[in-house]
Write a protein that binds this ligand. Structure first.
Ligand code: 3JN
Length: 338
């Protein structure tokens, strides 16, 4: 249970990673009421110095005792670290907001996008799960469509930036691009193939059913967040040579008659959404324009001409912000403001 205070003690586990650093930046930028900020990471990063509100914060080792006296812990250090340490935070009466897939599909753990399903957070949450980045930006767009037209089926293809795989992948794209241009040999470590000037229809591990784990996250998490397991989702997730922001092409078939004009109007009124859709002036959301922005941007909203009751759109958002750090901080804001 979070007791009302003027300021809260916040721990960030995985503070030196791409998302962890973004969490510090966003807590500062949004003036989150922080009393003490504890930056936690694995032994490897201990002693590094991060900055928060102009002051140095020395990274401490994440251990079982890290959460004593902390109110909220934001975890972004991978699923196995979350599984190992989140229970200690809960034992210390510290609410966990977890960015990994460790707890997302646990029936008793809320999986939350604040614009979509804040009500799923009970009065006394222990762990709250942050969805996968590709799911977050899609469900923000789907929510008002489902409420009004009832979604039957979603077919989605993603165009995911390399920052979704962390700083090493950002460096890999940069180095490969340079080497291709200079006619030098291209090495790959993060991905199974060259990512520069290429598209890889492969994100996370392949499963028995031929889909990847990333794709199945989009299926299962969408149903859980929208609270409707009848919604069918068919995803293809693709890594593209873009640094920041994920883009998605989405086809939504509904039970009630749907049309692009009404959907455009609905989406324009949705919190956290910006409709950017004027094909005549070449206006549609672009990854490079959406990087470092908070909103989910939607364009190319149009009727499906193939004879089904459906619409198409294009949705883009910064995967490190709304797709991860910002969504987590918004959950923390909901906790302290409700
Ligand atoms: O690849 C992306 O663009 C997003 C990556 C997410 C990710 C990467 C490794 C492990 C996750 C996630 O958030 O689902 C996980 C995980 O927690 O399983």
């Amino acid at each position: 249970m979070l007791h009302k205070k003027d300021q809260y003690n916040i721990a960030v586990a995985g503070s030196t990673g791409a998302v962890g650093r973004k969490i510090l930046e966003i807590l500062e930028e949004r003036n989150f009421p922080v009393a003490k900020l504890k930056a936690l990471a694995s032994a490897r990063s201990v002693g590094q110095t991060l900055k928060f509100k102009g002051n140095p914060v020395v990274v401490e080792e994440l251990n079982e005792g890290s959460f004593e006296g902390m109110d909220i812990a934001l975890f972004s250090a991978g699923a196995s670290v979350s599984r190992q340490f989140a229970p200690f935070a809960v034992k210390s009466n510290c609410i966990v907001i977890d960015n990994s897939s460790a707890f997302r599909m646990e029936p008793d753990i809320p999986l939350v996008v604040p614009e979509v399903n804040p009500g799923s957070i009970g009065q006394d949450p222990g762990i709250i799960a942050n969805p996968n980045c590709s799911t977050i930006q899609m469900v923000v767009a789907l929510k008002p469509i489902h409420d009004k037209f009832r979604i039957k089926r979603v077919v989605v293809s993603t165009y995911q930036s390399v920052s979704g795989s962390g700083q090493k992948a950002i460096n890999e794209l940069r180095n490969q691009t340079r080497n291709v241009m200079d006619g030098k040999p291209v090495k790959h470590n993060v991905y199974p193939h060259q990512i520069a000037f290429n598209c890889l229809p492969h994100i996370d591990l392949f499963l028995e059913n031929g889909y990847t784990k990333e794709e199945m996250k989009m299926v299962n998490e969408t149903q859980k967040i929208l609270g409707d397991s009848s919604i069918m989702v068919s995803p293809t997730t693709v890594r593209v040579p873009v640094f920041y922001s994920h883009s998605e092409s989405v086809n939504v078939e509904t039970i009630n008659p749907v049309n692009a004009r009404e959907v455009k109007e609905l989406l324009s009124g949705m919190d956290g959404v910006q409709v950017f859709d004027d094909p005549e002036s070449n206006e549609y959301p672009l990854a490079i324009d959406c990087a470092d922005k908070d909103e989910v941007f939607i364009g190319r909203i149009r009727d499906d001409i193939s004879g089904v009751n459906a619409i198409n759109f294009w949705v883009v958002s910064d995967n490190l912000r709304k797709g991860a750090a910002l969504n987590a901080v918004q959950i923390a804001e909901y906790l302290v403001n409700r």
